[in-house]
Design a protein around this ligand. Structure first.
Ligand SMILES: [Zn+2]
Length: 678
């Protein structure tokens, strides 16, 4: 699958979707539900609680969600809408080879736990047998390349960031089953506890495949030691956010030299990338170390890692004991109380694996053309207001402003769904084979599709990087595009029946957020054509760095878990800048709309400006388990939901004015110290 550098508003948010054919429950014309507020709190002391404190009372938390809020609720409603489509198809007799047959049979395979429990570990044992039969290093490498399994690094067709209209084979760090280096090297007691649980989980997966406890313990010790070596050389999430430090273009010969003589020419040729002479290497140190290990570690150890990856990759498609084991481990990480029901896991699988087919049906059923027209208008207004804000910045020179405005004008806007969908006619779902065997075949299909579409080909800007049915949005710096899939264009983000104060506070801030990503600490390093290239005057870069550092330091001081865990202001810097720009720009756009159409009336004692901020906060309403807060603080580039609200408003002059916030308020930041970026 294609990986790109993208900054998304992500994580989790409200409401009944039109997807279910019901209208949102709204006590008021504006679209704000005042019952969600907790007015016993002063807005200046804890705006998140003031605006959303009672949301949870009206929206009880289902035990499957360790993080539950407006966002998750919309996501949950949306899953039910997608489920309706998939289950209807699965209930019918479909013509062999039709897209309906593929959707229906994949869903039924995923639902058929009786069959999977009968099969047990058998489907994966066949694969393990093949790996065990490997007797030389050359054979191992041939096997890896044929199966497109990269044990200790990642390899994919990416975009050449310094020549952004072209694809290029890209290599980056990998080889960590836990994903993030911190899980191997951190001394934090909560991480140490997860490490212990992970080791036990790995052992249990081996045991479920029939290995004895003693063997499993020995195997996992070897695997963990190898992964820890790679982890020590790997980049942190924060280091991965520096585009220049993660871009090293070179010939394949140079790559081999850097990797202690590992023969990348042969590896790439066998992999299918047989015309590749130049590559982009993301993280030289961990990849070079991984190559050294592939050449020098005992073959048996490498086979062990391979076997473990195979078991762990297969485990979600095997019998219920594997599923239960995976959930037990996820509970430690997330604090989830109950497993997601089988129908929901099956719907999620089909929706992601056959994404374009399901997406096409979804938008036909649920996405009204009027929503696209209204969104285009909102985007245009936000674009005008961000342009005005750029012009007004006192820290930026006129020359840089001119180029910035050009970049803003060049934004490629995508709304709802793609014009062209992936052709899935050659994808096969065979109900006679196991779910796992089907997933392997589907993986091969997507590898071939990626080769056809992208290998040595120019970048097609019309490709979407997110499914239409997804509740999310993104900015992609290498195509300079902002994208809002149909899934997010529903209440509480976007409500055709709500007034401008509500819509600008919710979807308006989301649009402004994605637009600002083009000018955050990462996005600002790409030009209007998506090339990683310096286009700022040096004095402007320095002024910008001062302001963004102030933002990072401010968020560093905020508590994710009071008294225990603080936010990581540098890891979340891009997202916090995007939120900051998003709030300011959307607020300006609301004022512009009110100038044009007349001022909105007050409602329930709240001005339109106050409702704008209430609507913004409502998007992030909800609760999170401590486990998930810790997990996100290690892995995510977004601040915790309550900090996106409280930290976001405390840096926004308009909020102080709207709620008449005084210096004695707990969230108060002195105007001298407030961040002025966009
Ligand atoms: Zn973002």
């Amino acid at each position: 699958m294609k990986r790109i550098l993208m900054s998304m508003i992500c994580v989790v948010l409200v409401a009944q979707s039109w997807a279910q054919g019901t209208k949102p429950v709204q006590a008021n014309k504006s679209g704000i539900n005042y019952e969600n507020m907790d007015q016993s709190v002063q807005p200046g002391d804890d705006f998140f609680k003031f605006a959303t404190g009672n949301w949870i009372k009206h929206n009880p938390q289902p035990p499957i969600y360790p993080m539950w809020g407006s966002f998750t609720k919309l996501d949950d409603d949306n899953t039910k809408a997608v489920a309706g489509i998939i289950q209807d198809i699965a209930a019918k007799r479909n013509q062999a080879g039709s897209i309906e047959q593929k959707i229906g049979d994949l869903y039924l395979l995923a639902m058929d736990s009786v069959r999977r429990n009968k099969e047990g570990a058998a489907p994966v044992l066949e694969e393990i047998k093949k790996i065990n039969a490997i007797s030389t290093r050359e054979e191992l490498l041939k096997y890896m390349t044929r199966e497109h399994d990269n044990l200790l690094w990642s390899l994919y067709i990416g975009v050449d960031e310094k020549n952004a209209s072209q694809h290029i084979v890209s290599i980056g760090q990998g080889g960590l089953s836990m994903g993030n280096r911190d899980y191997y090297v951190s001394d934090d007691p909560s991480v140490v506890a997860i490490r212990k649980a992970a080791i036990k989980h790995y052992e249990n997966l081996f045991k479920l495949c029939g290995y004895k406890k003693k063997e499993a313990t020995k195997f996992v010790k070897t695997i963990w030691e190898m992964e820890t070596r790679i982890a020590k050389a790997s980049y942190s999430v924060e280091q991965m956010r520096d585009p220049e430090a993660n871009y090293h273009k070179m010939t394949v010969d140079e790559l081999s030299k850097l990797c202690h003589g590992f023969d990348w020419n042969t590896y790439l040729r066998n992999y299918g990338y047989n015309k590749t002479t130049e590559v982009v290497l993301g993280q030289p140190e961990p990849v070079a170390l991984a190559c050294e290990m592939i050449m020098n570690e005992p073959l048996e150890n490498l086979k062990l890692i391979y076997i473990f990856r195979t078991i762990s990759g297969a485990s979600s498609y095997l019998s219920d004991d594997f599923i239960a084991e995976n959930f037990a481990f996820r509970q430690v990480i997330s604090g989830a109380k109950q497993m997601t029901p089988r129908w929901q896991r099956s719907v999620d699988l089909v929706s992601s694996v056959l994404s374009d087919a399901v997406g096409q049906m979804y938008v036909k059923k649920y996405f009204p053309p009027a929503a696209k027209t209204r969104m285009l208008e909102l985007v245009k207004n936000l674009q005008v207001c961000l342009g005005e804000r750029i012009k007004q910045q006192s820290w930026m020179s006129d020359e840089t402003k001119k180029v910035a405005l050009d970049k803003l004008d060049a934004y490629y806007v995508k709304i709802g769904y793609p014009d062209k969908w992936d052709d899935l006619s050659q994808l096969v779902v065979d109900p006679q084979k196991s779910l796992y065997a089907n997933m392997i075949e589907i993986g091969r299909f997507y590898f071939d599709l990626d080769m056809q579409k992208n290998y040595n080909k120019p970048v097609d800007k019309n490709e979407w990087q997110m499914p239409a049915q997804m509740v999310n949005a993104y900015y992609n710096p290498t195509t300079n595009e902002i994208c809002f899939p149909a899934g997010i264009l529903q209440p509480p983000f976007f409500d055709m029946n709500a007034d401008d104060a509500t819509n600008y506070g919710a979807i308006g801030v989301v649009i402004g957020h994605e637009m600002t990503h083009g000018f955050d600490d990462q996005g600002s390093q790409y030009d209007k054509n998506g090339n990683l290239k310096a286009w700022w005057k040096e004095s402007d870069v320095n002024a910008f760095k001062l302001a963004t550092e102030q933002m990072a330091v401010y968020f560093d001081s905020l508590w994710v878990i009071p008294g225990e865990l603080r936010s990581n202001g540098h890891q979340c810097l891009g997202e916090n800048i995007a939120d900051h720009g998003g709030i300011n720009v959307a607020y300006d756009a609301l004022q512009m709309a009110q100038k044009r159409h007349g001022r909105l009336p007050d409602e329930n004692g709240f001005t339109p400006e106050q409702r704008f901020f209430l609507s913004f906060a409502n998007v992030w309403a909800g609760v999170s388990s401590e486990e998930i807060l810790r997990y996100l603080t290690i892995n995510d580039v977004h601040s915790a939901n309550h900090l996106r609200v409280n930290g976001g408003v405390a840096q926004c002059d308009y909020w102080y004015k709207a709620f008449n916030i005084k210096p004695d308020a707990k969230l108060y930041v002195d105007p001298k110290n407030r961040v002025k970026i966009w």
